[in-house]
Design a protein around this ligand. Structure first.
Ligand SMILES: Nc1ncnc2c1ncn2[C@@H]1O[C@H](COP(=O)(O)OP(=O)(O)OP(=O)(O)O)[C@@H](O)[C@H]1O
Length: 645
């Protein structure tokens, strides 16, 4: 091993051989905000429990914690050998051009896989006793909690994937009736998704916006109830989504899908369909300020079928908790768009589970289950895909965006990594590239977008309870028609900068008065779950004046559609939401979305981020790309999260 790699930094030079130098180096990275205080603290805490003399183990532990904070479930040791700067994003986005002699790549250069393995193999932080805080498995280094979660997900899924359920002749007929033969071309993937989910205890239905995931699942649930009815029973079906906002949206789309199917389903079938959507936290019975849930293997959920929408937002630990609480006989259907950004917390569960879904990869057993329900041969999708591929169907045709839709074409081009996608802005009216390279370039768009709900707010409500509710719903509806999205959180080009700017612009336009912290019209987003208020991380409320007293209250729409009025003083963990990150916009849709990309390159600017931002727009998409060259780079860059799933 060579340690004479640093010409200008004595400390870094000896950090791999001298523990105090390593501690100083980690602290220096924290002082530069490369690492969080927590990342540096973890090895110190573990050292107090079991002394660890090896600086390399300290370094790997701090880096593992850092990666966990960035959404990775583990570190694959081989990845540290190739391009550690990119893997770790150290130096971070805004400093990557500066020359630091003590950057991790310089420190790790020259180390081999065997060096890592040997150091970790001898460490007391990984060895022997149950409850060791770190785990090394298949050259992947994990925090024990994450390893356990990943193992649980693997085991639970393996058990569920084994089961094949018989499909009765009555249900096969019902399937043909609900999905009548389509035109030539592609197989009817909606019908196939339904056929597959009817025959499995675990199924994934993935597809882009408007590909019919909700429509398909409503038909699936009607058929499952029909099957139960033949056995003189009724199924307990639950619908859930990861956030309150996503739950509200699923409630709306389920009710829309039910209405559209009223001709195809009998009144009794319609009545047996669930209407209520809950959040996963509520479903599992989250215990405030604890990691545990009221439902677990010893107190399983009371249900026969569970549908989870927006599954791309479900993180690894939540998925493990969900699977653990699910009764063995229950059916689980995950819906989501595998190409969207992954969960905010660690893991990229849906993306990992759907790997290879485009190709189908169906083996002969799966083809035997699916082929009877396909008008077209499925040979093009035959293959030797994973066990998960056998339980996954990808819907491929958008019923919302046709070939005339710029939003649909742009989303598809970005998803395919087409770096010429920018040319589409000249060809379609519903997508717009804003001119300019300063934040001011979005001023007119943001003012026009937010003017509507603020003017609706000015129209005073009548003094009755129902008049007030109606007014609040109108304002909330107006707000949800436009949203400014940012790639970044901090800085002038992030959510923080734009929230200040937009508040100033709206104040100058006489639409709000943002001189105080709380003011009429301030939209706020919850930054954490607040169980006593029944509000979840990501829920957005609008501050409204009471028509009688002028006292301010913040109104939220809950997942069951009801309104919740809260005094601002009770909302301590909220942020203004004129601008929100693309990550936080997942699970929401807006008539018009305006996405802002910063002028400096950043690993956060990725294909998944662009795709997620574009697909939040239903009718109009605007993009401000302060540095046009970055658009190509963002389309070319894929997010890869380390995981063992
Ligand atoms: N097979 C079909 N034929 C015609 N229209 C359809 C079909 N499937 C779905 N649609 C329509 O397309 C629209 C989108 O369908 P749906 O809401 O089920 O898609 P989704 O994938 O759940 O969308 P989202 O991305 O919003 O979650 C709805 O208006 C629905 O009625």
């Amino acid at each position: 091993m060579q340690f004479d790699l640093f010409s200008s930094s004595k400390t870094a030079d000896s950090a791999l051989t001298d523990l105090s130098q390593m501690q100083a180096l980690l602290q220096r990275w924290a002082d530069r905000r490369w690492l969080r205080a927590l990342d540096v603290q973890l090895p110190h805490t573990l050292h107090q429990l079991a002394a660890e003399p090896k600086p390399l183990v300290w370094l790997l532990t701090a880096l593992l914690c850092h990666q966990y904070g960035r959404g990775h479930s583990c570190i694959l040791l081989q990845d540290l050998l190739s391009d550690p700067d990119a893997l770790l994003s150290l130096p971070p986005q805004n400093q990557f051009l500066q020359r630091f002699s003590d950057r991790p790549s310089n420190l790790l250069q020259g180390l081999t896989l065997q060096d890592y393995q040997q150091a970790l193999a001898q460490s007391r932080w990984l060895q022997g006793e149950a409850g060791a805080p770190l785990v090394l498995a298949d050259n992947r280094l994990y925090l024990h909690r994450l390893y356990q979660a990943e193992q649980q997900v693997k085991q639970q899924l393996a058990q569920r994937l084994n089961a094949v359920l018989p499909l009765s002749a009555e249900l096969a007929t019902g399937l043909e009736r609900l999905f009548p033969p389509g035109g030539p071309g592609q197989p009817d993937w909606q019908r196939l998704a339904c056929a597959m989910a009817l025959q499995r205890r675990f199924a994934i239905i993935t597809g882009g916006p408007g590909t019919g995931k909700t429509t398909t699942v409503v038909k699936l649930l009607a058929l499952l109830q029909q099957g139960a009815e033949l056995n003189h029973t009724e199924l307990t079906i639950k619908l859930a989504a990861p956030t309150g906002k996503a739950a509200v949206r699923l409630t709306e789309s389920i009710s829309g899908a039910r209405a559209k199917l009223s001709q195809q389903l009998s009144p009794q079938q319609l009545q047996r369909l669930p209407t209520e959507v809950t959040t996963l936290h509520r479903l599992l019975g989250a215990v405030p300020n604890r990691r545990s849930f009221r439902h677990h293997p010893d107190n399983p959920l009371q249900l026969d079928v569970l549908v989870v929408d927006e599954a791309s937002m479900v993180d690894l630990e939540m998925m493990a908790a969900l699977l653990a609480a699910l009764p063995a006989q229950a059916q689980l259907v995950l819906l989501g768009d595998k190409d969207q950004l992954s969960s905010v917390e660690a893991g990229s569960v849906l993306g990992d589970l759907c790997r290879g879904a485009e190709l189908g990869g169906y083996n002969s057993s799966s083809l035997a289950l699916l082929s009877p329900y396909s008008d077209l041969p499925l040979t093009s999708w035959q293959g030797d895909g994973s066990a998960l591929n056998q339980a996954t169907v990808m819907l491929r045709h958008s019923h919302r965006f046709d070939a005339k839709s710029g939003i649909g074409m742009l989303a598809a081009a970005v998803n395919l990594g087409d770096t010429t996608a920018q040319a589409l802005f000249d060809q379609f009216a519903d997508i717009r590239l804003l001119a300019g390279n300063t934040p001011e370039a979005v001023k007119a768009t943001a003012l026009a977008g937010y003017r509507e709900y603020l003017q609706l707010m000015q129209q005073s409500a009548d003094n009755t309870q129902s008049g007030r509710e109606q007014w609040a719903r109108t304002v909330l509806g107006g707000y949800s028609r436009f949203q400014l999205l940012c790639a970044l959180r901090s800085g002038d080009w992030g959510v923080e900068g734009f929230n200040l700017l937009i508040a100033q612009w709206l104040t100058a336009a006489g639409l709000i008065d943002a001189r105080a912290q709380w003011y009429a019209g301030r939209p706020v987003m919850m930054q954490r779950n607040n169980y006593s208020l029944g509000l979840m991380n990501g829920d957005i409320g609008i501050t409204l004046p009471d028509p009688d007293t002028n006292q301010l209250r913040v109104v939220f729409q809950l997942s069951d559609g009801t309104l919740k009025w809260v005094l601002p003083s009770r909302l301590t963990e909220v942020e203004t939401a004129f601008a929100i990150t693309v990550h936080k916009s997942q699970g929401s849709e807006f008539n018009h979305c305006c996405l802002v990309l910063p002028p400096d390159n950043s690993p956060l600017l990725s294909r998944e981020l662009l795709y997620t931002g574009i697909t939040r727009a239903k009718q109009q998409f605007s993009l401000l790309c302060a540095n046009p060259a970055l658009l190509h780079q963002a389309i070319a860059r894929r997010v890869a999260r380390s995981s063992g799933l």
